[in-house]
Design a protein around this ligand. Structure first.
Ligand code: ATP
Length: 425
């Protein structure tokens, strides 16, 4: 039975069978060394020419990254990791072609375009694989947390008729004889679920944004972790969000020690209370730092860089001006709303809010934003027959991964990024 390479150390002095990619093959006169890699790590296989002439000769010309299985004795040795496998049998399962379009063990990192073009090879590198092992921990720990807290997981449609925020950031799709769009957010549907009485829901699913900008933090298809709860306000869901981030950080610290080591990053230490800074305070902070910013203006990237850059931790910006938030955000007073963002330094990770629950306020807000309530009737109707007060938020999984692993380009935390110029692979 095949075992994973990292399990070899538990089978010293016995026979093992391992499979993987031959990332390096070296011949020292009458000894051949094969560095075999699988998802769990690497180990050296050793083959003596004496007694294995035929196999030895056939392996001399085997290209790197060939997939093979080997059987042999696991023994302690001089190898860096302290043990190796003395090959008895070896089967080539699939020979690699040469030359490789992208080196896997080469020390020099190729440019990101070449790497993305050959992503299957790029992802064979332990440091790239590690990013996605950690991302899996993040998504699973958040999912577990929600389930424990009594949330129902939902799957809302990704082909929709109306724009969530009425914006232009939508990809049109031909839907038989009509026009439809790829969903930019499950916002309207998760709110409808509050009217449906589901009380608390979450969804982990793709969101599509036809945003033209090409930045290190935007992609055109990202994974949105969304939640919505009934009978709560903005402060309550900020508490939930803080817990969720801490649970994710804790899970990484517990489950991904090896990956963090490979990536050279330390365990996330999140044992502080996330500050809640109001939008107006933030504007003051900007002005104190010499930025001319009026209350009511959006917080641009340079503003977030200057002020947020100094706050090297998670913090909320709360009570945003109503003008700057979508129609479904509950007003706090005439000017401000119950909308908030979670930031890490200059980067926005989450936006959330207590939502409007009164159908009259909703219709008014839609009109004020220049939207036609008629095109939202499937949504507005859900507010007319008993909609509870509710609140929720959405985190971008790729952005959260960036922050927790200190990675500066979102393309690194996305398996197959979709950006302004890339739709393949
Ligand atoms: P930004 O202002 O950074 O463009 P946004 O205000 O459009 O983000 P929301 O619509 O509030 O973002 O989406 C909620 C979360 O989803 C964001 O905080 C972010 O984590 C993630 N997100 C949004 N747009 C993108 C994108 N284009 N690429 C990656 N993640 C995104």
């Amino acid at each position: 039975m095949r075992i994973l390479i990292r399990e070899v150390k538990n089978h010293l002095d016995s026979e093992v069978e391992i499979s993987g990619w031959a990332q390096n093959i070296r011949i020292m006169s009458s000894v051949l060394f094969i560095e075999l890699r699988d998802v769990s790590g690497t180990v050296q296989g050793v083959l003596l020419k004496k007694g294995n002439e035929e196999l030895f000769d056939s392996l001399k010309t085997i290209p790197r990254e060939t997939v093979m299985s080997m059987e042999g004795q696991a023994v302690k040795s001089q190898a860096k990791i302290g043990y190796e496998v003395q090959i008895k049998n070896l089967e080539i399962l699939n020979k690699s072609e040469t030359p490789l379009p992208l080196g896997v063990v080469d020390k020099i990192d190729s440019d990101i375009e070449t790497r993305l073009e050959n992503r299957y090879l790029d992802l064979r590198r332990p440091e790239k694989l590690s990013i996605f092992k950690v991302q899996s921990t993040i998504a699973n720990s958040i999912r577990d947390y929600f389930v424990q807290q009594g949330f129902i997981e939902i799957h809302s449609p990704k082909i929709v008729a109306a724009a969530t925020e009425g914006g232009t950031e939508l990809f049109p799709v031909k839907y038989f004889e009509r026009n439809a769009y790829l969903s930019q957010s499950p916002q309207l549907y998760k709110e409808i679920m509050m009217s449906a009485g589901f009380d608390r829901v979450f969804e982990v699913a793709p969101a599509f944004r036809a945003e033209e900008h090409n930045t290190p933090r935007h992609i055109n298809e990202f994974t949105s972790i969304d939640m919505e709860m009934s009978f709560v306000n903005d402060d309550d869901v900020m508490d939930v969000l803080e817990n969720v981030i801490k649970v994710a950080g804790q899970s990484i610290a517990e489950s991904n020690e090896r990956e963090l080591e490979i990536l050279g990053v330390s365990k996330p230490s999140l044992d502080y209370k996330f500050k809640r800074i109001s939008y107006s305070e933030f504007v003051k902070m900007a002005n104190q730092r010499g930025i001319k910013l009026k209350d009511g203006e959006d917080l641009s990237t340079p503003v977030l860089k200057t002020v947020g850059g100094e706050i090297n931790e998670f913090y909320f910006i709360t009570r945003w001006p109503r003008e700057l938030k979508p129609f479904y955000v509950q007003p706090f007073d005439e000017e401000y709303s119950r909308g908030f963002d979670l930031q890490f330094g200059e980067l926005e990770i989450t936006s959330g809010a207590q939502r409007v629950h009164s159908p009259e306020v909703l219709v008014n807000n839609l009109k004020n934003k220049g939207l036609n309530p008629e095109s939202f009737s499937f949504y507005v109707n859900a507010f007319r027959y008993g909609m509870p007060p509710h609140a929720g938020w959405a985190i971008g999984l790729e952005r959260l991964t960036m922050v927790l692993l200190n990675i500066s380009n979102i393309r690194e935390t996305t398996l197959f990024p979709r950006d302004r110029t890339r739709v393949t692979p």
